[in-house]
Design a binder for this molecule. Structure first.
Ligand code: SF4
Length: 341
């Protein structure tokens, strides 16, 4: 892709990860991708763009996606047996489905660049690369289950116990992601931390982006909310992990910014300030957001590292009981911020 002039050349590991991502998503979703009616896919893709570009349109876009998205995206069985040789036409269907789902916006953009690269290659090279992606995905699935399965034992049970009401949720697909996708994110996060390390280390200042699900208190019980500045912790509780991260930041010289949604983390005003101040970021996120967050930071020109939350717990997506505070390994955070690794 770097060779096509579409972007500045990335490392071989990043391109290998693109290929692995293609293979894993192909193995996981191709059956649904082949079953989607193209105009429905294009409409959903447009709604995904609308919700990303306009806060005003987001509620309406999400209502329509919740009403139709699950049915339109979910025909077909996951993990189908690969049938015949993979083709670029199949890849186009997959890319449409990924973009329409709203779950894979960054991945779909990366894979669109792969698509551009492949269309300039002879047919035998295209087939060989697509076949390699599928073979690598098979290999990764079994190896990762062995190496990382002990960190994700609850995924299948969580997917099974979800209420049938999920089918009308905007985030139904997020809650139904497969174990191999968690593993892909864990692996990708480590790979991207290594790939982005030297750019990050070269920045003059550091900022840590913490999700609000780490807060010990919610609503008006959190002083930051009461003060009307939900991005800046006022340390009203010593037990709160955000407050502890702020204290660590004072010792180690990094800023802490609370993020209530991905769109906060990548708001133009925040990104422009961080770039202007030559700041590298450490994003803290749950497993399924690690790769997309890293890809988005890279695309926006922000040198980034990431740290995974110990578990998911927000009421917005994961816990039907209203949510509970999540947690973070502060010594791991310190090591990543200071690159003591
Ligand atoms: S310590 Fe900070 S983030 Fe935690 S509840 Fe208080 S103001 Fe909110």
């Amino acid at each position: 892709m770097g060779m096509t002039g579409a972007e500045k050349m990335r490392s071989i590991n990043e391109y290998a990860f693109d290929l692995l991502t293609l293979g894993v998503l192909w193995q996981t979703y191709m059956s649904q991708a082949k079953a989607i009616v193209p105009w429905r896919g294009r409409l959903l893709r447009r709604l995904v763009r609308a919700r990303m570009e306009s806060e005003r349109l987001k509620p309406a876009a999400d209502r329509i996606r919740a009403r139709f998205g699950a049915d339109w995206l979910a025909a077909g069985d996951p993990f189908p047996a690969p049938a015949g040789l993979p083709t670029l036409k199949d890849m186009d269907r997959l890319l449409l489905w990924l973009a329409a789902s709203g779950e894979f916006v960054q991945e779909a953009e990366r894979l669109s660049l792969c698509r551009q690269y492949l269309e300039r290659q002879p047919l035998h090279t295209v087939r060989s690369l697509l076949q390699t992606a599928l073979t690598e995905a098979d290999w990764f699935k079994s190896q990762a289950a062995e190496a990382l399965g002990s960190y994700t034992p609850g995924v299948d049970a969580y997917r099974q116990q979800k209420s049938s009401g999920d089918q009308r949720r905007e985030d139904a697909l997020l809650r139904d992601r497969h174990q191999v996708e968690y593993h892909l994110n864990l692996f990708g996060a480590e790979l991207m931390n290594r790939a982005y390390r030297s750019d990050y280390s070269g920045t003059a200042a550091k900022a840590v982006l913490l999700p609000v699900c780490l807060k010990a208190r919610s609503g008006a019980d959190c002083a930051a909310n009461r003060a009307g500045d939900p991005h800046r912790c006022l340390q009203c509780s010593k037990e709160c992990r955000v407050s502890q991260a702020v204290s660590l930041g004072e010792q180690e010289g990094f800023e802490v910014i609370m993020i209530s949604h991905e769109s906060d983390a990548f708001s133009r005003s925040l990104i422009d300030r961080l770039i202007r101040e030559n700041t590298g970021i450490v994003g803290v996120a749950c497993a399924l957001n690690l790769v997309s967050g890293g890809l988005r930071a890279k695309a926006m020109g922000i040198p980034a590292q990431c740290v995974i939350l110990d578990y998911c717990g927000c009421g917005q997506h994961w816990d039907d009981g209203g949510g509970f505070p999540t947690d973070l390994n502060l010594s791991k955070l310190k090591k990543i911020v200071n690159q003591e690794i």
